[in-house]
Design a binder for this molecule. Structure first.
Ligand code: PEP
Ligand code: MG
Length: 594
């Protein structure tokens, strides 16, 4: 839980906030505060000469919202029939409701409230009225009206979101919560570090800060966004999981020294090989890397990965804020295939949803991680899905690609996706467009349901990749991005280990290749277990890849098997961790001494 304290016995503004380290390293810098469009909208009294401007902003935000809703209505009509689309029609009408519009305009013109505050006031009357009504249906309608409020506030904030793209000097980004979509908008070279009130170590934003941007990040700080202002100096200390607000000059110097030391260490680590990894007795497994964009390939190759085990393609969708067309996607996937050849790359179809929402595609859901996410969304949007599959298959002619489907939870989804895959292939054949006829179609194992029917799925799926990040959160019912349950989110939990062992045994018995691409693959403590369980491949964050390689080399296959067996006998994750720590230290020492 987040804690904070002041320097004892002084009036110094210096404070330390304690959170969760999401990405190591340290940085000192000036704060750039990101406001959440919905939760943090500014309530401001305007000057009389600003009234027209605020009314214009409102009209523009309402117009954009109407356009979005009409797009949604057309999509619903296409996918589910006209009756479903009628629900949205009723929502659109609220945007013209005289009660809302007149009250909003009155609040701007008479009470001189800014647009956000006025619209909030205008629509709140409708929400309050609906919430007091006995009728259950009408009470539920208040959730739809709140959705309209969110959308209009989001559109009112569009210009300030554009500011994210235009950060011009190096800053430390501070936010209540930072979505991956917001992060994708920012110029990477200008972001020194990240500090957020909310979030856990395994949220997609945290993973991106760690794997892709390699900047320090501390999340779950509780109140950092209320404790600093734009331009304040702070330290993000991802090594200790703290943020120092208004550090003393001596501290700043000390942290600068630490920054320099760490940079030297990183440049020193030089990998030698792009071979598969080998245990000390020659058992081989693929050692590949995870990427989010094509520009990470240089690093992946220089770190000695023998392939890309997970390409999270949705990052590009989020950075653009829309759905890229076939040609744009084809160019990206082709570059990956060509640059990695003869090694393979696993291209995962978009895993949008959960904490990766694309405005215009998503409407707010009560439980987004249990909602319209991954393959569910792709199957509901066959146009989008087919475009992506065509791009992947066309690119497969230029190297060795595999297609991976996120969030599979049952055989039906796999079958439906396979039918579409075959249809896309058939069309390409007919058009005379080359592609790899054997480009495999695999399933991510990241839901407990998929894990427990691995044997059935093996009949539908050419290979498997375990997404431990989601498998852990769904198995343990602990949100990967919620700091309050971060202590329950535990990859070494006996239930997770059992499930992972079952998956690998079952997949192998059915002759299916099975790898892991979740963050567990990047945790040195988990390496012996994964090797010993018999995983065919580990895909890691590119930075730790050389370290994971040397850990694999420090153990024989039979020793790793024994270690994995022993781990499965422990009843608590603490016991598993203590045992693995002892083993890792002993074997690395033995390797160094050899
Ligand atoms: C996972 O869930 O482990 C995974 C690799 O997918 P993501 O982190 O993108 O959800
Ligand atoms: Mg996942």
């Amino acid at each position: 839980m987040a804690k904070s304290w002041r320097l004892a016995g002084t009036d110094s503004p210096r404070r330390i906030l304690e959170g969760i380290s999401a990405s190591q390293d340290v940085r000192v810098g000036k704060v750039f505060l990101v406001k959440s469009a919905v939760d943090d909208f500014v309530r401001r009294r305007i000057e009389p000469d600003e009234v027209d401007m605020e009314i214009m902003r409102l009209r523009e935000a309402i117009r954009r919202t109407r356009e979005e809703m009409e797009g949604l209505q057309a999509q619903l009509a296409r996918d589910f029939g006209k009756d479903h689309a009628k629900i949205v029609e009723a929502d659109i009408m609220i945007l013209d409701d005289p009660l809302v519009v007149n009250e909003t305009v009155r609040l701007v013109t008479e009470e001189k409230r800014n647009a956000e505050w006025a619209f909030h006031g205008g629509i709140s009357k409708v929400i309050d009225a609906l919430e007091t009504i006995e009728d259950e249906y009408l009470r539920h309608r208040s959730a739809d009206v709140k959705d309209i409020l969110r959308r209009v506030l989001w559109n009112l904030a569009a210009p300030s979101r554009r500011e994210l793209r235009e950060i011009k000097e190096p800053v430390i980004v501070v936010a209540r919560d930072l979505s991956l979509a917001e992060m994708a908008q920012m110029p990477r070279e200008m972001v020194l570090g990240i500090a957020t009130d909310r979030g856990g170590r395994y949220s997609h934003t945290a993973i991106s800060a760690r794997d892709k941007w390699r900047i320090p990040a501390v999340v779950g700080l509780g109140t950092v966004s209320q404790s600093v202002r734009d331009g304040d100096t702070i330290v993000v200390d991802g090594n200790r999981g703290v943020v120092v607000i208004s550090p003393t000059p001596a501290e700043i110097e000390q942290y600068h020294e630490e920054e320099k030391r760490l940079r030297v260490q990183v440049t020193r680590a030089k990998p030698e090989s792009r071979e598969p990894a080998r245990t000390s007795d020659g058992h081989e497994l693929d050692l590949s890397a995870n990427i989010e964009t094509v520009d990470e390939l240089d690093l992946v190759i220089s770190q000695g990965a023998n392939g890309v085990g997970l390409y999270r393609t949705e990052f590009t969708f989020l950075a653009r804020g829309d759905l890229p067309g076939e040609e744009d996607q084809f160019e990206m996937y082709r570059e990956v295939a060509e640059r990695l050849k003869p090694d393979y790359a696993v291209i995962r179809t978009v895993d949008l949803g959960g904490d990766k929402l694309l405005p215009g595609l998503h409407t707010p859901e009560d439980n987004p991680f249990l909602g319209w996410r991954g393959i569910r969304l792709s199957l509901a949007r066959p146009d989008m899905f087919k475009t992506q599959l065509r791009a992947i298959l066309r690119a497969s002619a230029y190297g060795s690609l595999k297609t991976l489907l996120p969030m599979i939870s049952g055989v039906e989804e796999m079958r439906e996706a396979r039918l579409i895959y075959e249809e896309v292939k058939e069309n390409l054949r007919r058009e005379g467009i080359p592609f790899d006829e054997d480009c495999p179609l695999g399933a991510m194992i990241e839901t407990p349901s998929a894990a427990t029917i691995t044997d059935f799925l093996a009949e539908e799926s050419d290979f498997f990749s375990v997404g431990s990040n989601d498998l852990v959160q769904y198995t343990l019912a602990a949100d990967r991005g919620n700091e309050k349950v971060a202590h329950l989110y535990e990859p070494m939990h006996p239930a997770v280990l059992r499930m992972m062992k079952y998956v690998v045994d079952t997949a192998r018995a059915k002759g299916r290749w099975v790898g892991i691409c979740g963050e567990m693959g990047s945790d040195p403590l988990a390496t012996f277990v994964l090797v010993g369980m018999g995983y065919d491949g580990i895909s890691t964050n590119p930075i730790v890849l050389p370290e994971i390689r040397s850990i694999i080399e420090a153990v024989s296959y039979s020793e790793a098997q024994e270690i994995a067996e022993t781990c499965l006998t422990f009843r608590t994750s603490a016991d598993v961790r203590a045992y693995l720590r002892r083993n890792l230290i002993a074997r690395l020492k033995a390797k160094d001494g050899a």
